[in-house]
Design a binder for this molecule. Structure first.
Ligand code: TXE
Length: 498
């Protein structure tokens, strides 16, 4: 590990936030303090909102929706606000990245790159706001004309997780706004700061009051109340499969709100014998270590052709051993701290289970003591079999399980042997093999000879138990609309009653 000097200082004290209701900061609530998971010092103070605060936020979003202060604007006007927000984000990039690091533990260089991605989301959303359109049916005969209108679904509840607090937010907010909806956001209780900073940015960009509201607090209380709220028309939830399931129950038991769910993954990376092994090894090492593997699209199952498996694992282990794990405020760090104590315990318990179940630890598996914070070295297990828990469960950490295959059919079957279907990556220089695997492996995001590439033009979402619906791009905007079929009769009616 590199021992380079930290280039950014810790804050002198914790930054105090209010919550954002109807275009204004609100305070005066009980506060909870977030400690940096990398440094164990207090960094932010966040209000613990009440269910009454949530109800007030939903009411504000409802008023803002019903009086059409946002949905009644043209796409060009909505797009203009989103473009101004992109500009302000660009100006405040380093500040947002800094608070993201302090609450999440991810490396500063990565956080800055994520904010660049967020700017791109706002720019894409701005274009999509102008291009959103319905359809027409000029095929119903001379007496009838059909139009399909796209209308915003209404008030959206947005619940986001702690692994990419700002990126996941920005993969949704501009597209929700492009559709004309209004919203209430509930960020993860451990990473609320940047969601609150966005409120200020959107207001400065000209977003009318009440369109974007943020309530902070626990998932169990505020999150649950949002999922159950009878006046929320749609809920977008990103988080665990268990809470995703409870959102489905809550929607059914309240008002059948529309749901978008992005849940867990146990994503395969399939390496065929004709792959560029050095490239694939670099991609696998990056994929499982990026964001400390706390990433829903991380490739956590390596499925590698038996003929090249030894060679590949050797290349991969060498790459993983070279990854710079360390203080996320250090510019040179590639992998930072684990975000929560609970997640740290979960990851370590799976590393112990992998060893107990008979998998071979090739590299990593240990913690790194930097005096403060929680760090786990990128870990590779070989000889993993499908019934082991490290083969089946989403670990959400830098732990990669390696399987071997003999035939293409076996590789596809192994890749699909999971309840999840979020993402997949396949490596082969043979077009037939690569395309066959792409067609047969069930996953919402797919990479061929690359990994975790893309941009906000492309839809995000999962197959199977990884969720419902798609976010980002034009698909993402459409997700927040509903279609209305309009039938227009032309000329004189043929009377039913003579
Ligand atoms: O997630 P939770 P946790 C997976 C990953 C991780 C596991 C647990 O495997 O180990 O989930 O993480 C809010 N009603 N992912 O416990 O609890 C909560 O406040 C409504 C994958 O942190 O699902 C937060 O805002 N909301 C995932 C959000 O849900 C509730 C990213 C996510 O927290 C709630 C995160 C409730 N009853 C975890 N309880 C991905 N797909 O990227 C909690 N929340």
């Amino acid at each position: 590990m590199d021992k380079t000097t930290r280039s950014l200082a810790l804050p002198a004290g914790p930054r105090r936030f209010g919550f954002w209701l109807d275009g204004k900061w609100e305070g005066g609530r009980e506060i909870f303090t977030r400690h940096s998971p990398a440094h164990d010092v207090p960094v932010t103070e966040i209000p613990r909102c009440t269910v009454e605060d949530l109800n007030a936020a939903v009411a504000a979003a409802r008023r803002a929706f019903e009086d059409r202060r946002w949905s009644g604007l043209s796409g060009a006007e909505r797009g203009g606000v989103l473009l101004r927000a992109a500009e302000i984000l660009r100006a405040r990039r380093d500040e947002i990245a800094y608070w993201e690091v302090l609450e999440n533990g991810k490396p500063i260089s990565q956080a800055r790159a994520e904010i660049e991605g967020c700017i791109a989301c706002f720019e894409t959303g701005a274009g999509a706001a102008r291009l959103l359109h319905g359809d027409s049916f000029n095929s119903l005969g001379d007496k009838l004309f059909g139009m399909v209108l796209r209308e915003p679904v209404g008030v959206v509840g947005l619940i986001t997780p702690w692994n990419f607090p700002f990126l996941i937010l920005c993969e949704r907010v501009p597209f929700i706004l492009a559709s004309g909806c209004t919203m209430v956001v509930k960020p993860s209780e451990v990473t609320s700061a940047t969601t609150l900073i966005l409120a200020e940015i959107l207001a400065e960009a000209g977003l009318p009051a009440g369109v974007y509201n943020v309530v902070t607090g626990s998932g169990r209380v505020i999150g649950q109340a949002l999922t159950e709220h009878p006046d929320v028309d749609m809920l977008s939830f990103t988080g665990s499969t268990a809470v995703g399931r409870s959102c489905v129950h809550a929607a059914a038991d309240s008002n059948f709100k529309k749901l978008g769910l992005e849940l867990g993954g146990k994503n395969p990376i399939v390496v065929f014998k004709d792959a560029d092994l050095a490239d694939a090894a670099d991609a696998a090492a990056f994929g499982i270590s990026f964001n400390t593997g706390q990433c829903c699209v991380s490739p956590s199952r390596l499925i590698v052709a038996r003929e090249v498996a030894e060679e590949f694992e050797t290349l991969l282990a060498a790459k993983m051993a070279k990854i710079r794990v360390g203080d996320p405020l250090d510019e040179a760090t590639q992998v930072g701290a684990i975000t929560t104590n609970a997640q740290n315990d979960t990851i370590l318990s799976y590393i112990a289970k992998g060893q107990a179940e008979g998998a071979r630890l090739v590299t990593g598996g240990d913690v790194i003591d930097l005096g403060a914070g929680q760090y786990i070295r990128p870990t590779l297990f070989s000889g993993v079999t499908p019934e082991m828990s490290i083969a089946r469960d989403e670990i959400f950490g830098p732990v990669l399980s390696s399987f071997r295959f003999d035939t293409v059919e076996e590789a596809i079957a192994l890749a699909n042997d999971t309840v999840y279907g979020l993402a997949a990556s396949v490596w082969s220089k043979d077009l037939d093999t690569a395309l066959l695997a792409t067609r047969r492996i069930r996953a919402g995001r797919f990479w061929v000879n690359t990994i975790m590439a893309g941009g906000p033009e492309m839809p995000l979402g999962g197959f199977k138990q990884s969720g419902w619906g798609r976010e980002a791009g034009v698909y993402g905007v459409e997700e927040y609309t509903q279609v209305k079929s309009v039938h227009i009769e032309l000329g004189k009616r043929n009377h039913w009653i003579g």
